[in-house]
Write a protein that binds this ligand. Sequence first.
Ligand code: ZN
Length: 264
Amino acid sequence: MDRRVIIAAGHGGGDNGAVARGHKEAAECVDIVNRTVTKLRADGRIETVVVPHAFDLREQISWLNARFPQHESGYALEVHKNAGGSTATGVEAWYLTGSTEAGNKAKSVLAELARVSRLQNRGIKKDVDYRGGSLAWVRQTKPWAGLFECGFITHDHFNNDLYAEGLFRGLLKLFDLRDQAAQIYRVIRRSGVQLGAFSVRSNAWTTYLGVMGDAVILNREGIDVTAEFVNEFGDDQRIVGTPREAAGVIAGTDGPGEVIELDG
Ligand SMILES: [Zn+2]
């Protein structure tokens, strides 16, 4: 497959899609697409083509098929938001029924979308199971295609940068590209003061222990990953020291190059 994504916001052409809690699906999808495109273009390794937002679904499909007529021309990704009962939550992806490879591609992107958006992964779905029995986006587009539901407009968050970051990471994975920016873990005191930013996870944990947990650990995208650290290190007696010992680590026993910055 060519290293190209052809990305579209769902609905368009004047159709708002689902409307709930003061949000219109079509506008949210445009925002998620724009943010995803910014990340893809900043990275620069995947050619990124945006289907014009003004088009409706039929126009979107004919526009992209005219330009990218081969199956291997790239990955056609459409962004939607789901709607359901008040408690329905999570992300899911739709693919062409019968195509195991299309399913695997969707699954690979979806895993990152779920991880970064911190929403339940509802899995990949065959388009014959869609209400109406098929989805034009995955059935009529010529390149590989997937349709991604970025949370429920009726329930889930509207932190569109997280959906965009998830799609971006998922596309990197789809094209076997490594995330080039190193992950950073910032330990931030509940007062707001940053204690440090670390590339080594155990150093972030030790700093967190140094203030007896009166802090949160945020990753590069600003996502609170404290619970993930507690799961990883919480039972490890080799790391748990007294607060004083742990504070010594903040003061200067970190290995060279491990502390990226230290604000206080
Ligand atoms: Zn939709």
